[in-house]
Structure formats: structure tokens, C-alpha cells
Design a protein around this ligand. Structure first.
Ligand code: ADP
Ligand code: MG
Length: 357
């Protein structure tokens, strides 16, 4: 065979293999886009575990009609414009891959009305074949409808599991997103019935309880009652102009007291600059901090937010962005260990849990 350029649709389908594994990946990408667009409320409608339908509607900024085709084309993004931007990226997305990937393996409709615009519009894509932009009534914000995931990729379809299993994966992702963004309202329906609701309430609620109510909604009363507040930061270095700079590292969130341990690692949530990730060095630091207080074989439960200068962490390690790479992993490790060790010793000294019943 001679060398030839692959058609766009095929390129997108190949990329979809990396980013879109199952309906839960679709939900993750679409809800992250909604959050990046500043949504305060996101509605997620599912049918048959998301295989038949995933519909995500938000009240964010919206997309102007003439940009709809760009939104579904590869490597098109409004979130970065240069390598320097990538160094400091604050949005969840930046690769411009999710929508074209999803649209290449489903029956896809993107509808939107830009903030301040009088009219909405929509664009249909069928297995990667992009239609024409058409006017469509739509409230401010965006709706993405994804039907019949992998209908044109039988090899992928085969790997989809039972409805309940796929729904379980979706709910796990949503729990993880809900923990990170307690100010945003998330409503889920499955097969036409409301199935879950995370109440928003805007920044006021966040100021009021700092996410503790969301902790109860996501992980339950038992965790919340056993939770210890973690708030730890490196001392800020004074900037050259004399003002205080932000601390180099900050860790906040909740860890469960050793009396509340788990048989599996099912309640371990780590966020780096707001993004849910898995990281071995942080996991190791947590394990070490709990080493003396947890029975062998038991797993700690935690929700931890690590914040650091975006330039000190590379988020572009994996297409689905499940992993990050720290410039100084050793420093992060020791910092996390110290923070948790201190929090756990404080309980042994008799401090009560900070999230009361
Ligand atoms: P990325 O999120 O990496 O930029 P996507 O393929 O997920 O790539 O989305 C492409 C672009 O489409 C985004 O950069 C954004 O400009 C626009 N977009 C996607 N979803 C939404 C949404 N819900 N609201 C507003 N704009 C959106
Ligand atoms: Mg995206």
C-alpha cells in the first residue's frame, strides 16, 4: 500500500478510541465543557445507561452559530492559543478533541444560543458527516445530544456493558465532578425519570459551608461525620514588590478519620487544580500518612484538592487527562504527607471532627 492521508472522519474515530471509552466518557467531556462555559446548572438526560442517549444541557456562555462547525472540528478550541497558554491552562478542556471524537462515533446534535444573541442555531453530525448549521430556538447556553454511541463502530459497541454498569460509571464520574464544583447544580434523569440531583446555590452557598453540604450529597452522612478538614499551605514567599504571593502549594479538603476506613479505594478523590486525577506519588503519601493508624488492608477515604502554580504541573500527559506530571514530585509527596500527618495527629490529640452531624 502506498502512503496516503487518512480522511478526517477516520482520524476522529481513531482519536475517539483514546478519549471515548464508554457513555461515562461522553458525560465527562460534555459536562466539563459546560463547566468551562461557566454553567451554573447542568441537566443530564440519559437513556439505557447512556448508550441510547446522553443529552447535556447547560446555561453557560453558548456558541455563536458560525462557530458551531469549528466546535466539531478537530483541534479547534477556544481555550488555548499558544504553548504559553498551555502552561497556565485553567479550563478542564484544551485539546479540542472531545466533540469531533464523540460526533464521529454517534448521531450527534449541537445546539446553542450565545449570551446576548437573539437566535440560536444547531448543527447535526452523523457518524462524522457534518451537516449544515440551521436556526433553532434555544435558551441561552448549549445542548449536546449524543445518540446511539458507537453505532458505526461495532468493535467498540461490543465492549459496552449492561445498562446498570454503564450507569454506575456515569454516576461515579458525576460524583467526582460534583465534589469539585459544589456551586453548580447538576440534575440527572435516566429513562425519563429523575435519578439524581446535586443542589447548586451559587457562590453564596460555597461561602456558607465550603462544600460540606455537597460532601453529604455525594459521599453520605457517615463520611461527612467522620471527616476531618484539611487546610495546609506552604508559607507564601513575598513577591518582589512586597505584596504576598500565593503559596506555592495548597492542600485542602477532607480526610476520613481512621475509624471510617474502606475495604476498597472507592472513596479516594484527588483533584489537582480542580481536575480529578490519579497520581501515584500522592497516593503513596496518603498511604504513608495513614500507615500507623489504619488496619492492614483497609483503605482511607478522602477528598483532597491540591493547588499549585499551573506552570509546575503538566496536565497534557494523557488524552483523557486522568494523569498529571509534577515538575517536583518529591516536594508534592512530602507536602501531602506532612499535611495529612498533621491533620491525623490533631485528632489523636482529641480534636473533634469539623463537619458535625
Ligand atoms: P476543548 O474542550 O478541548 O476545547 P471540545 O471538543 O470539548 O474541545 O470543544 C470544542 C470547543 O467547543 C470548545 O473549545 C468551546 O469553545 C466549544 N464548546 C464545547 N462545548 C461547549 C459548551 N457546552 N458551551 C460553550 N462552548 C462549548
Ligand atoms: Mg472539552
Amino acid at each position: 500500500m502506498s502512503i496516503r492521508q487518512l480522511p478526517d472522519t477516520l482520524v476522529n474515530q481513531i482519536a475517539a478510541g483514546e478519549v471515548i471509552e464508554r457513555p461515562a466518557s461522553v458525560v465527562k467531556e460534555l459536562v466539563e465543557n459546560a463547566l468551562d462555559a461557566g454553567a451554573r446548572r447542568v441537566d443530564i438526560d440519559l437513556e439505557e445507561g447512556g448508550v441510547r442517549l446522553v443529552r447535556v444541557r447547560d446555561d453557560g456562555l453558548g456558541i455563536p452559530p458560525d462557530e458551531l462547525p469549528l466546535a466539531v472540528s478537530r483541534h479547534a478550541t477556544s481555550k488555548i492559543a499558544s504553548l504559553d497558554d498551555l502552561e497556565v491552562v485553567a479550563t478542564l478542556g484544551f485539546r479540542g478533541e472531545a466533540l469531533p471524537s464523540i460526533a464521529s462515533v454517534s448521531r450527534f446534535v449541537l445546539s446553542s444560543r450565545r449570551v446576548g444573541a437573539e437566535h440560536g442555531a444547531s448543527l447535526q453530525v452523523d457518524g462524522g458527516r457534518v451537516g449544515q448549521v440551521a436556526p433553532r430556538a434555544h435558551p441561552q447556553g448549549t445542548t449536546v445530544e449524543v445518540r446511539d454511541l458507537f453505532y458505526n463502530v461495532p468493535a467498540r459497541r461490543k465492549f459496552l456493558r449492561a445498562e446498570r454498569t454503564e450507569l454506575g460509571h456515569i454516576e461515579e464520574w458525576l460524583r467526582s465532578l460534583a465534589l469539585a464544583r459544589p456551586e453548580v447544580e447538576l440534575r440527572v434523569s435516566h429513562n425519563g425519570k429523575p435519578s439524581r440531583r446535586y443542589r447548586g446555590g451559587g457562590e453564596e452557598r460555597l461561602d456558607f459551608d465550603d462544600g460540606a453540604a455537597r460532601l453529604v450529597e455525594t459521599l453520605g452522612e457517615a463520611f461527612a461525620q467522620a471527616a476531618l478538614r484539611v487546610e495546609h499551605a506552604t508559607s507564601p514567599r513575598p513577591a518582589e514588590d512586597g505584596r504576598e504571593a500565593a503559596p506555592a502549594l495548597r492542600l485542602h479538603g477532607w480526610i476520613a478519620q481512621p475509624t471510617y476506613s474502606r475495604a476498597s479505594a472507592d472513596q479516594q478523590y484527588l483533584y489537582v487544580n480542580g481536575r480529578a486525577v490519579r497520581d501515584r506519588s500522592v497516593a503513596h503519601a496518603v498511604k504513608q500518612a495513614y500507615a500507623d493508624v489504619l488496619f492492614h488492608g483497609r483503605q482511607p477515604a478522602y477528598v483532597l484538592f491540591l493547588e499549585l502554580d499551573p506552570a509546575r504541573v503538566d496536565v497534557n500527559v494523557h488524552p483523557a487527562k486522568h494523569e498529571v506530571r509534577f515538575r517536583d514530585a518529591r516536594m508534592v509527596h512530602d507536602f501531602v504527607y506532612r499535611a495529612l500527618h498533621d491533620a491525623l495527629s490533631a485528632t489523636r490529640a482529641g480534636n473533634a471532627p469539623l463537619v458535625a452531624a
